[in-house]
Design a protein around this ligand. Sequence first.
Ligand code: DC
Length: 227
Amino acid sequence: MTKKVITIDGPAGAGKSTVSKALADRLKYLYLDTGALYRALAFKALKKNIDVNHPGELAGLCSVTDVVLKNINGKMTVWVDGEDVGEKIRAEEVGLAASTISAYAVVREKLLSLQREAGADGGIVAEGRDMGSVVFPDADFKFYLDADLEERIRRRCGELACRTGGAEPSSVSRDMRARDEQDTNRKIAPLAAAPDAVIIDSTSLTIPQVVEKILEHLSGASVSGKP
Ligand code: DC
């Protein structure tokens, strides 16, 4: 059986990463975190003091920056100018800058073909904001994962506590509201559910429950990790 392209879009903190990783694991598919690509460019922009609101500066950044996706033992990793950016891109500050630069066409164009190449052979769970609407419009299965803002803030605080030792809930709330606003209202490839996406509200669901719900949808089409 051919391996499918599965897309999972949704706002920050809706549980997309955890769900997508778990799903990819269950199906023995690759997990593609497209936010990491935007974060990687934003990380370099911040490091180089580039104005993340200046299209000319961003065009310059894109033209001199080498972004590569490498499949290392089944794990997709993002490399910038020959360096694996790993966990460095996970700070909230980088997420917010990624959201800002992702509104610019020059940035989205630079990253588009990388994402499509990664999914070209199928067998992928692609997570982001425009996976089902723009990057993989012909995906076999599209999901849009949502949750109430308060719950998303609570989850992000928990995640940051694990990763970095913690963050002020008030600043997480401010950053998340700003990201929602930017990601939803930008002109190019805004955060939106594709018309043919299955919408799942995860507010009162656990991660395993969301994964099971998705697997139920797939089982109708007998998608499995087995060749
Ligand atoms: O998923 P994330 O929080 O790591 O993404 C960081 C930012 O990158 C997000 O706020 C908007 C942008 N992004 C995007 O515009 N399109 C995607 N497919 C993925 C992320």
